[in-house]
Design a protein. Structure first.
Length: 135
């Protein structure tokens, strides 16, 4: 309403606008010219290129998720194959490598399935497997 001139009573003005469905203020729709064939062709190419890029990105993400899920499964199977005593010792040893209290809490709560700690777990298990079994 600030842009409207000669509005003496805002309530009456808004009431009238609602009754007339704002038709007075609405301009006639401008006719849009049909786009030329070159523009349409360029738009189709751009759309196809964007769709192909999105599909490639989705496939890459899917592949990365499968790799991460496989690595997580291998870590969990390594932990499950150990004796309960060794499992507990490995968990305590891994917890000792975590300096962030939030990471520690996450590890205590979720164990070897804590996806947020996947990189730290991978490094830990790589070191454990490279060192070989204790004793």
């Amino acid at each position: 309403m600030a842009g409207q001139r000669d509005v003496k009573d805002p309530v009456r003005y808004l009431s009238a606008a609602l009754v007339s469905d704002y038709q007075k203020d609405r301009a006639a729709p401008a006719s849009t010219p049909a786009p030329d064939p070159e523009t349409l062709a360029a738009l189709r190419v751009a759309t196809a290129t964007a769709a192909a890029a999105e599909e490639a990105r989705a496939e890459t993400l899917s592949r990365e998720r499968r790799v991460r899920a496989g690595a997580m499964e291998r870590r969990q199977s390594l932990a499950a194959a150990q004796t309960p005593t060794q499992r507990d010792a490995d968990r305590r040893q891994f917890l000792a490598t975590l300096s962030d209290p939030t990471d520690r809490e996450t590890c205590v709560r979720l164990g070897w399935s804590a996806a947020l700690l996947a990189q730290q777990m991978a490094a830990f298990w790589d070191r454990i497997v490279a060192d070989g079994p204790p004793g």
